[in-house]
Write a protein that binds this ligand. Structure first.
Ligand code: HAM
Length: 444
C-alpha cells in the first residue's frame, strides 16, 4: 500500500457541508419536470428568463430585503474581497438582484411591464431541518413596471397553474393579505406597538427585538406565546386606507373570477421588507405545516430603494425542494427519459470494434444505448444488461461477425432471435417505436 493511500484512509470521510445536498439523478427527474412546467407556463405568459450572479454586493440584499430582516441579519453567507474593501454575499433570494439588473441594463426603457423568470440556487444560513436548507432552489417570476390588481391576480394564477401542473394543488391553500401602503401602514404600526408595549415579557427573544425594528413581523412569529398575542393584536384590514382596501377587494374579485380558492389571513406579513399591499403564500393543508412552498407579493417601493424611479412591481417565488417534497408525498412518479433501451454485448476483438460503431449509430438514431467495454464473459455482460434494466440486448460474437448476423434478446420475455447485421438499425427503430426515439433538438 502506498504511503499516500494509507494517509488518505486515516483522514475523516469527506461529506457535503451541513444543510446542503447533492441532487442525485432520481431527484433531478423531479427537478426536470418542474423546470419544464415552469418554462412552459412562463412562455405562455410572455416571461423571459434571467439569471443574476450567485453572489452580489452585500448592499444589494441589505438595501433590497431590509437590514432588520432575519435573512439579512442572520442568514447571509457573506465574505470580503481579497483587499478587504468590499463585502459580497451569496444570494438568499433573487428579487433584489433582478431589480438591480433591471436598472443596470436599462430595462426601464423596454415596453413595460418587464416580465422575467428564474430557476436558480439560493443560499441561506438557516438552521437545517426538513424543507429548510442552506442551499436550495427557487423558481420565481417578477413583473416590473405596471400597477394593476389584475397583475397581482395573474401572478397568483401562474403559481396556482404550476401547482396544478405538478398535481399538488389540492394539498395546498392560498393565504392572502394586504399589508397596506406607506400611508396606512405607518399608523397601523404605531397601533401595533402600543398594543405590545407592556407585554414584552411574553414575547420570544427575537420578537422583543422586532417590536422596535420590524413590528409587522411580530404577527407571523411561530412561537406559541407570540402567536397567542398576535391573535389578540389589532388587525391590519381595519387600518387600510380606502385606496388599499379597494385594491385588495379588486385582487380578491379577480381571484374569484379565475376560480382560485383563497383564505384571507390578516396575520400574513412575509419576511422581506420590500412588500406593500398584496402579500400571499401557498401553505400545506396538513396539520402542523410550518413551511410555505412559495410566496410573493407587490413591491412598489423596491426599484426606488435600489436607486431607480418610482416603479411598481409584483412577483412570486417557490422552493423547488419543498415542491418535490409534496410531489413525493402524493406518490407522483416523474416522467423521465433516463431508460436504457439497448445494451450491446460483444466477445472478441473484431466484435468489439464492430460493436463500437453500432453503439454510435444506434445513439445517433435517438436510442439510449449502453455498451459493455470490459472483457467479461457474455454471461457477465448479460447480468450487467439486467442490472441496467435494458429492454433489449444485442449480442455480437465471433460467429455472428463471420455470418454477418447479430443476436437480439428481448430482456422481458427472455426470447432470442438472429437478425441480419445490415438490418439491425432499422429493426431496432421499429421495435422501439419511432415515437420513443430521443433525438437531439434545439427546439424543445
Ligand atoms: P421567500 O418566502 O423568502 O420569498 O422564499 C420563497 C420560497 O423559497 C419559500 O416559500 C420556500 O419554499 C423557499 N425557501 C426559502 N428559504 C428556504 C430554505 N432555507 N430552504 C428551502 N427552501 C426555502 C422570496 O424569496 C421572495 N424573493 C419571493 C418574491 C419574488 N417576492 C416577490 N417576488
Amino acid at each position: 500500500m502506498s504511503d499516500m493511500l494509507e494517509e488518505n484512509q486515516n483522514q475523516p470521510k469527506l461529506k457535503a457541508p451541513k444543510g446542503v445536498h447533492d441532487i442525485l439523478p432520481e431527484d433531478h427527474q423531479f427537478m426536470t419536470m418542474i423546470k419544464k412546467v415552469v418554462r412552459h407556463r412562463a412562455r405562455q405568459s410572455g416571461f423571459r428568463r434571467i439569471s443574476t450572479p450567485i453572489f452580489e454586493s452585500t448592499d444589494v440584499f441589505a438595501r433590497g430585503i431590509g437590514d432588520s430582516t432575519d435573512i439579512v441579519k442572520k442568514e447571509m453567507f457573506s465574505f470580503s474581497s481579497k483587499d478587504g474593501k468590499r463585502s459580497y454575499s451569496l444570494k438568499p433570494e433573487s428579487t433584489a438582484g433582478v431589480v438591480r439588473a433591471y436598472l443596470e441594463h436599462g430595462m426601464i426603457n423596454l415596453p413595460q411591464p418587464v416580465e422575467l423568470y428564474y430557476i436558480e440556487p439560493h443560499f441561506r444560513y438557516d438552521k437545517p431541518q426538513k424543507g429548510r436548507y442552506r442551499q436550495f432552489h427557487q423558481l420565481g417570476f417578477e413583473v416590473i413596471g405596471e400597477l394593476d390588481p389584475a397583475l397581482d391576480a395573474q401572478i397568483i394564477n401562474l403559481a396556482h397553474k404550476i401547482n396544478q401542473d405538478l398535481e399538488i394543488s389540492e394539498l395546498l391553500t392560498l393565504q392572502i393579505n394586504s399589508i397596506g401602503c406607506k400611508k396606512c401602514r405607518g399608523q397601523y404600526i404605531e397601533d401595533l406597538k402600543n398594543f405590545y408595549y407592556g407585554k414584552e415579557r411574553s414575547l420570544c427573544f427575537d420578537c422583543k427585538d422586532r417590536l422596535e425594528k420590524n413590528p409587522l413581523r411580530l404577527l407571523d412569529c411561530k412561537e406559541e406565546d407570540c402567536q397567542i398575542l398576535a391573535k389578540m393584536a389589532p388587525k391590519i384590514d381595519q387600518a387600510l386606507c380606502p385606496e388599499c382596501k379597494d385594491y385588495h377587494k379588486n385582487v380578491l374579485e379577480f381571484l374569484e373570477e379565475l376560480d382560485i380558492p383563497y383564505v384571507e389571513n390578516t396575520s400574513l406579513v412575509r419576511g422581506l421588507d420590500y412588500y406593500n399591499r398584496t402579500v400571499f403564500e401557498f401553505w400545506g393543508k396538513e396539520e402542523g405545516a410550518q413551511n410555505a412552498i412559495g410566496g410573493g407579493g407587490r413591491y412598489d417601493g423596491l426599484v426606488e430603494i435600489m436607486g431607480g424611479p418610482e416603479t411598481p412591481a409584483v412577483g412570486y417565488a417557490a422552493g423547488m425542494e419543498r415542491l418535490i417534497g409534496y410531489m413525493k408525498e402524493k406518490g407522483i412518479k416523474p416522467i423521465h427519459k433516463d431508460k436504457i433501451q439497448v445494451f450491446v454485448a460483444q466477445l472478441g476483438a473484431v466484435a468489439k470494434k464492430k460493436s463500437l460503431g453500432l453503439v454510435g449509430q444506434l445513439r445517433d438514431l435517438g436510442i439510449h444505448v449502453l455498451g459493455a467495454h470490459g472483457k467479461g464473459s457474455i454471461k457477465a455482460q448479460m447480468r450487467m444488461a439486467d442490472r441496467f434494466d435494458a429492454d433489449w440486448t444485442l449480442l455480437l460474437g465471433q460467429i455472428e461477425v463471420q455470418d454477418g448476423t447479430i443476436i437480439l434478446r428481448d430482456m422481458k420475455k427472455g426470447s432470442q432471435e438472429i437478425l441480419s447485421f445490415d438490418n439491425v438499425l432499422e429493426e431496432m427503430v421499429t421495435r422501439i417505436g419511432p415515437e420513443n426515439l430521443d433525438k437531439t433538438t434545439i427546439w424543445e
